[in-house]
Ligand binder design. Sequence first.
Ligand code: NAI
Length: 301
Amino acid sequence: MDIRYDGRVAIVTGAGTGLGRSHALFLAARGAKVVVNDLGGAVDGRGGSAKAADTVVAEIKAAGGEAVANYDSVDQPDSAAAIIATAIDQYGTIDILINNAGILRDKTFAKVTMEDFEAVMRVHLMGSVYCTHAAWPVMAENGYGRVVLTTSAAGLYGNFGQTNYAAAKLALVGFMNALKLEGQKNNVLVNTIAPIAKTRMTESLMPDDFSKHLDPELVTPAVAWLVAEECQRTGDIISAGAGYYALVKVEEAKGVALGDGEPVTPEMIRDNYDAIADMSAATPFLHANDLLAKVGKLLDI
Ligand code: NAI
């Protein structure tokens, strides 16, 4: 049976262009009522205009869907709360929150100003936190919620000139790891997408012959699955682009037990480094306590 969102209310932040636009159009086409949020600024987050969000709302309506525009910034608690309030005021509730809005202020760490570092942290990390915080009590009360965060390969694996962006993007994974545990009892599930797509944000960074395969519409099905009612996953990261879909996991090596109760020296770490770093029997953990259980078992303590 097709996945549909009839009766569901969704917010997509940064939905005026690129990936967010694609997510919003898809959810609306499958029956969701959508709040199309976008500040309408430049890639660096400066400026603003109603046009981006209005254009997507008009597209949705022209296709017979239901949507409302919102132009507030995700990056302040009050304006983020106003985005959630738009969903409540217009459609009575919030079921799906896709935290997608983002900016870039790329510079090497030697050159980046702390203002630009904090601006990027504020939009990606705090913007997602503020929006999710405002939606959370409604979802908990409803006993239903689907939240998606948007990370990046730059944060998961690194990218030159993006310390601010990488820090913000991986911080979202930590946010999810703890939040998934708090949402589970109320059926509020939290997952993360790591997209690869040709958008205005990336078009100058990728070679044309590669980027022509990176339609944002090829990322949206993974997001659309994660916000579906029948999807019971929580705490997953899915890497998606160009028709490629893969689960991403943080894993810890099998590890070694050193010292046997005696002092452990840095020389012992050096001499055992190959075994410490041997990822061939690595495992993921669902909870920080699972790591403690593993250490306890390995060391028999
Ligand atoms: P984009 O620049 O086309 O879209 C981002 C949208 O967010 C814009 O419409 C912008 O106006 C909006 N926005 C920015 N700051 C905002 C704020 N404070 N409040 C509300 N809206 C705001 O870029 P793209 O590529 O569609 O990016 C979407 C998300 O995907 C971002 O979080 C980005 O970091 C992430 N991403 C994209 C990748 C790609 O390959 N395109 C790779 C990895 C992550």
